[in-house]
Design a protein. Structure first.
Length: 149
C-alpha cells in the first residue's frame, strides 16, 4: 500500500465515521463557518476547564476534505490548552501552505509523527481550491476560541 493510499484511507475513515460529530450542551464557545463557493458548512463548539478544551463538537455538511479535516481537528484539539492549540493550528496551516514558516512541520522519514492523522491532508496542497475546504474547520475553531474571550 502506498502512502497516498494510506492517506486516502485515513481521510475516508474520518469522513465516514467523524469523531466528535455532535452538538455540545451549553458550550463555552461556538462559531459557524461557511464556504459559499462550495457549500461546506461547519459549526464548532468547545467546552473549556482550567484552560484546556475538555469537549469539542464539530457538526457540518460538505465535501470529504472539509468534514475529515473537522474530525481530525477535534481529535488533535481535545484535552489541549490554548497555547498547545495555537501551536497545532500553526503547524497545520504551515503544512497546508496557508502560513509561511522556516520550520518543517512534516517529518518525511516518519509520516504522521508531527501532526498525526492530519498529515493525511497534505496531499490537498496539490489542489489549491481545496485548501479552503481543509482550512474551514480550523478558521471556525479559531472563531469559537475567540468567542471565549
Amino acid at each position: 500500500m502506498s502512502l497516498n493510499e494510506l492517506y486516502r484511507g485515513v481521510i475516508l475513515d474520518h469522513y465516514r465515521a467523524p469523531r466528535h460529530h455532535e452538538h455540545l450542551a451549553a458550550p463555552d464557545g461556538s462559531a459557524e463557518g461557511k464556504n459559499p463557493l462550495c457549500g461546506d458548512e461547519v459549526t464548532v463548539e468547545v467546552k473549556v476547564e482550567d484552560g484546556a478544551v475538555t469537549e469539542i463538537g464539530a457538526v457540518g455538511v460538505g465535501c470529504s476534505i472539509s468534514q475529515a479535516s473537522a474530525s481530525m481537528m477535534t481529535e488533535a484539539i481535545v484535552g489541549k490548552s490554548r497555547p498547545e492549540i495555537d501551536d497545532i493550528v500553526h503547524k497545520f496551516k504551515v503544512m497546508m501552505t496557508i502560513e509561511d514558516s522556516d520550520e518543517d512541520v512534516v517529518d518525511p522519514d516518519r509520516p504522521g509523527a508531527a501532526l498525526g492523522d492530519l498529515e493525511a491532508l497534505q496531499g490537498v496542497r496539490k489542489f489549491p481550491v481545496r485548501i479552503k475546504c481543509a482550512d474551514l474547520p480550523w478558521i471556525t475553531l479559531e472563531q469559537a476560541l475567540e468567542d471565549l474571550e
